[in-house]
Design a protein around this ligand. Sequence first.
Ligand code: MTE
Ligand code: MO
Length: 450
Amino acid sequence: MSNRYKPGRVIKAPENFIDSSLSQAITKDGLNEERRDFIRKSFVAASAAIASTAAVAKAAAFEGDPLILNHTDYDQTLGLPVASNPYGVPSKYETNLIRRESPGLTQVGGASVAFAPLQGLFGIITPSGLHFERHHQGWQDMDPAKHRFMVMGMVKNPKVYTMDDIMRLPSVSRIHFLECGANTATEWGNVAVPTVQYTHGMVSCSEFTGVPLSVFLDDVGYDKKNAKFILAEGADGSGMTRTINIENALDDVIVAYGQNGEMLRPENGYPLRLVVPGVQGVSSVKWLRRIEVGDMPYGAKDEVSHYVDLMPNGMTRQYTSIQEAKSVITSPSGGQVLVGKGFYNITGLAWSGRGKIKAVDVSTDGGRTWRRARLETPVLSKAFTRFNIDWVWDGSPALLQSRAVDDTGYVQPTINQLREVRGTKSIYHNNAIQTWRVADFGEVTNVQVK
Ligand SMILES: Nc1nc2c(c(=O)[nH]1)N[C@H]1C(S)=C(S)[C@@H](COP(=O)(O)O)O[C@H]1N2
Ligand SMILES: [Mo]
């Protein structure tokens, strides 16, 4: 098996790639008396980057753990007063789990990406403070009292709404993923980055609250006969404009102000953004200030020079907006270290821009054999679906993969299948099966199976 994978070009991980809070530390029997010690040892092991797992396992023998036998500072002192954190923040022991900028990407005029730490997240909701960020010209914290939203073009009564006007309209709350079309861009040519945060961290999933766009279109009396497209425009300096076809616009597009139970975060478009479910992130225009109704695609700059796919024959695919079914194992994943043989929970995320996830299969031998994973509920349309599957690692090298199938029957392709059709020059829309290699000493790395 060792010659079936191709390590490729791996950028050396800076120290902070090894996230000590994420190391795998579950013993064969699950939660036994050794576990606490294992966890402590594995923290040490993981921070030392690649530790000798044999030594860690030996040192973990239980000899009466003082941390369970004795009193601690916590039960001998007064706790902190209620509301001393008026807006709750994560524990000081969780400071490693943050959005990160890739050291390999340059910042131009505030245009950059902060990747979500998928390796450390549970369930299907991305905490708002960890939702990935993609700005074409930085972010602004806009005054909601001064924010205006205009709907115009091929309509009977063009209107300008204040935030107060918008909050009075009928609202919906829906859970949807948002994925940048450039997510996993680094892996088109070869293996490029070491962790799932950088390979897949330009996707997140939130419960968005807002007003269906169709409510606004009806309110202004859009031209039902001739309207074919809308243009959405943001209020930031990037001049972000996107064409959306009218069927989508009338279907499930939301003019959102809420995210995970509170107002949007400034980085995600406060006080108002578009959410175009299933479509590449760029169409979900943030700081939304204008919708124009028209009868032709607008061919805006971000639709002509960006978010098009360069094909092997030199032509480009344009307006390829739907994010096809995709999945990735988030743990164990690149940069983590397994601390000894035995039981592990393999967990990951699957999503499809076309609907619901029907199944996720997991392989531990690079795609030769597959087992069906458990899908955790809820399984929602155009949202993250969490999958889990048991795995007993025998200590030999393994190649972990997940493969999603959506309810249209579409099966997530291998990287080679994708390259056969699309070549290697694309930046966008890479939904290939991801492979993580587990070495016999437990280190997990990003590889591509030949
Ligand atoms: N006004 C505006 N809207 C925008 C952008 C932007 O730079 N300006 N970036 C787009 C891109 S490319 C993506 S992938 C998503 C990212 O949304 P997020 O930052 O909330 O994750 O917002 C889109 N909407
Ligand atoms: Mo994007």
